[in-house]
Design a protein around this ligand. Sequence first.
Ligand SMILES: NC(=O)c1ccc[n+]([C@@H]2O[C@H](COP(=O)([O-])OP(=O)(O)OC[C@H]3O[C@@H](n4cnc5c(N)ncnc54)[C@H](OP(=O)(O)O)[C@@H]3O)[C@@H](O)[C@H]2O)c1
Length: 308
Amino acid sequence: MGPARTPRNHPDTREPLPSRAMRVLLTGAAGMLGRDLQTVAAAAGHEVVALTRADLDISDPQAVQRAITAAAPQAVINCAAYTNVDGAEGEGRDDAYTINANGAGYVAHAAALADARIVHVSTDYVFDGMKTTGPYVESDTTNPQSVYGASKLEGELAVARAAPASHTIVRTSWLYGNHGPCFPATILRLAAERERLSVVDDQRGCPTFTPDLAQALVTLATGRHELLGVVHVAAAGECSWFEFAREIVALAGVDCTVLPCSTAQFPRPAQRPAYSVLRSERGAQVPQLRDWHDGLRDYLRVMAEESG
Ligand SMILES: NC(=O)c1ccc[n+]([C@@H]2O[C@H](COP(=O)([O-])OP(=O)(O)OC[C@H]3O[C@@H](n4cnc5c(N)ncnc54)[C@H](OP(=O)(O)O)[C@@H]3O)[C@@H](O)[C@H]2O)c1
């Protein structure tokens, strides 16, 4: 990760940039997705203003306004979020709404005032997961079943209200990456400790590798044509958590038996959608991601390199 730069320690923010390169401001830049976004956006030749939570708390509207005005970006990608799905059912409820709903709106409002595009990241949890006729597309009815999902849906509405002519809301699902706690990391840790693992087999989705999503977000934020409204971007293919875990263990070559179990056997405070496969109905203009198996192979390669 490159050093996070704030507008204050980045004095040349108003200098002209080379043609096609943009100044892209990231919020939540130290998160799992935010860290890959820094790398991907910089590699694409964009000037990156990476603001961590310590640099900018998106629940403070004045601070958001000041930071975005000072940086004068052409595009803003909001990765800042309250992501503790179970915590939001309890004490985290207010934080979830303050950050995921109000904060998202503040960022979009400030981006619109600065004449910057806003790309906002949302989730499959806006759906109830009961669809039986194929993947969820953008026009499907939302019906969140958790506080987290409801707060993210309010965030979508707040972004659309604050930046009606310049927003792209990207719903994605089942993120994992090399810079954060995630499902494959948990499975690798548990598989090294145990002979058997039980993993739920009655929830299906699209495990999406954060560098792949980051590439799509940068394309949407900086491409010549703006894609207004909601788009679904998730890895191709689908699986259950059990199938995902079984593949992780097999590809990593760990000696551990993975067994299927049901969600009812492992109750959690927040209800998860049983089915959350996301696809886009908006045609070729939406970036297509590769199959989840390919992302997983890259994830495991990086993990192996890092562990020496
Ligand atoms: N993870 C998934 O499976 C998944 C699936 C679908 C969609 N998403 C969405 O994808 C986006 C990125 O998620 P992620 O997995 O990268 O989550 P993450 O690793 O938890 O990153 C979120 C970042 O936001 C920061 N943050 C929290 N409150 C903030 C505030 N008030 N102001 C500024 N920054 C704040 C967090 O900082 P602290 O760590 O210091 O709190 C963290 O660095 C989120 O919008 C999430 O809802 C995630």
